[in-house]
Design a protein around this ligand. Structure first.
Ligand code: EPU
Length: 430
């Protein structure tokens, strides 16, 4: 396995760069791969059932490799092939996720639910903050606490334990948190009785996870709505499951077409998962055609300003925010962008300003005053989506932009530079 093992070692040890020469219009067709934020959780759900699980449409990205390491730490055997992955889960698990892995990938926290359900105990390093801000996990903990889990913080590790089995109950989330909904789903499927999640997250990746859990024998209703009911079952079994397409990857390529005044067809995606984002692209002057499993985006000569606020699904996705700002930085007027999810999402703004963007921040709002042109220079990517956004800005900037910290982009996009180059961009990885 460890197809990407070398990448993890080299990228986290040293910084890599994507070099872009701006000014080319993109055209052609790009195929979308499996969703990062679905596959990571669907790897973890394997922990709920001993045996051999198979996932298909698996992207070759660094976060998948990190999740392989998390699963291996618990005693699983993971094998990767081209676009697929097998997890062999033993009867006896080691119920731990250590700090070095949790620090590199915060999503590791979702092993809590399955490990508690299978082992009655879980020791998971507390993730702390990350590139996007403080990102606490108290809603995961309070939901699990209501299901009978006692938590202790021991030397930076969260140790959860349960006397007997997890017990179903009604849990009302203060906010439709993706991770908390997932941890409660995992805990609920093997719990005694019925677990009801009120104000559950409705993201398509959660719906896909519920589909996989149902295939495994779980009894869940209300997937994709804010009221999810889980009736606990005695045991689950391994299955084969195909990961849904990555709507964020599709959205990012849509902005690549938009910002370069290009004409790109995006295949293997679900346009319905991007309704709000596509509507905002249309408002910005793009011509968007869509069909069953495909999208075609033609960019305007110059974008029209558009206001938007990030919200949980079906609102405008926070992980499409920086890419959209890259586009609006070149609009023919001023746009107001409100970020409602992350306190540190705007860290890329200073880097875009180095390229000539005129953006000011007022609390959780960005005032984006469109400029006539951006100019290439060295910039540094602070996180996955910001990195992608800086590459998109570079596609339209004069001259050469070197986007450092490209290893962040590798966490969520398979061969981003190569796929942009195939659409006609002048992009190289160095
Ligand atoms: N929050 C709390 N307390 C909690 C849980 C969440 O305050 O107990 C807050 C977070 O700090 C954040 C907001 O609630 O401000 C939303 O967090 P959520 O739990 O929904 O997000 P997550 O599960 O940590 C996933 C994705 C993110 C994506 C968000 C929102 C994965 C691996 N990550 O994170 O994806 O931004 O949902 O849709 O699924 C990315 O792919 O680049 C990425 C960051």
């Amino acid at each position: 396995m460890a197809q990407l093992g070398h990448l993890v070692t080299t990228t986290f040890a040293s910084m890599s760069t994507i070099v872009v020469e701006g000014g080319r219009s993109l055209s052609g067709t790009v195929g979308i791969l499996g969703a990062k934020n679905a596959v990571l959780k669907e790897m973890v759900s394997a922990l709920l059932a001993p045996g051999r699980h198979r996932l298909t449409n698996v992207p070759s990205i660094v976060d998948v490799e990190l999740m392989c390491q998390v699963l291996e730490h618990t005693g699983c055997k993971v094998d990767q092939g081209e676009g697929e992955l097998w997890v062999v889960v033993p009867e006896e698990l080691r119920p731990e996720a250590p700090i070095d892995l949790v620090r590199q990938m915060r999503a590791s926290i979702v092993v809590l639910g399955p490990l508690l359900a299978r082992c009655g105990v879980a020791r998971v390093a507390l993730p702390g903050g990350d590139d996007l801000g403080s990102r606490p996990i108290e809603w995961h903990m309070s939901g699990l606490d209501q299901m009978g889990v006692s938590f202790e913080l021991v030397h930076g590790e969260l140790v959860g334990s349960i006397d007997g089995k997890l017990k179903g109950t009604e849990i009302e989330l203060p906010f439709p948190s993706v991770g908390a909904t997932e941890n409660l789903l995992f805990a609920g499927v093997l719990a005694e009785g019925e677990t009801v999640i009120v104000n559950a997250a409705r993201e398509p990746e959660i719906e896909d996870l519920i589909r996989q859990l149902t295939e495994m024998g779980a009894d869940i209703s209300g997937g994709g709505t804010s009221l999810v009911t889980i009736r606990g079952v005695e045991a689950l079994h391994p299955v084969e499951h195909e990961v849904i397409p990555d709507r964020l990857e599709a959205g990012t390529f849509a902005v690549a077409a938009a910002i370069t005044n290009g004409d790109v067809t995006i295949t293997g995606c679900y346009p319905d998962h991007l309704r709000m984002e596509l509507r905002k692209l249309e408002d910005a002057g793009c011509d968007v055609e869509r069909g069953d499993g495909w999208l075609r985006v033609k960019g305007p000569d110059r974008p029209t300003p558009v206001d938007f606020s990030t919200l949980p699904f079906p609102g405008f996705h926070t992980d499409m925010h920086p890419q959209m700002v890259a586009l609006l930085s070149l609009a023919s007027g001023t746009s107001v962008v409100t970020e409602n999810l992350y306190d540190a999402r705007f860290r890329y703004v200073g880097e875009m300003a180095r390229m000539g963007a005129d953006i000011s921040i007022e609390a959780q709002h960005a005032i984006v005053r469109g400029v006539d042109r951006l100019s290439g220079c060295p910039v540094l990517s602070p996180d996955i989506r910001a990195g992608a956004a800086l590459v998109l800005a570079a596609l339209r900037a004069d001259g050469v932009t070197e986007v450092g910290g490209a290893e962040h982009i590798d966490r969520g996009y398979q061969d981003f530079a190569g796929r942009l180059a195939a659409l006609g961009a002048s992009v190289e990885r160095s």
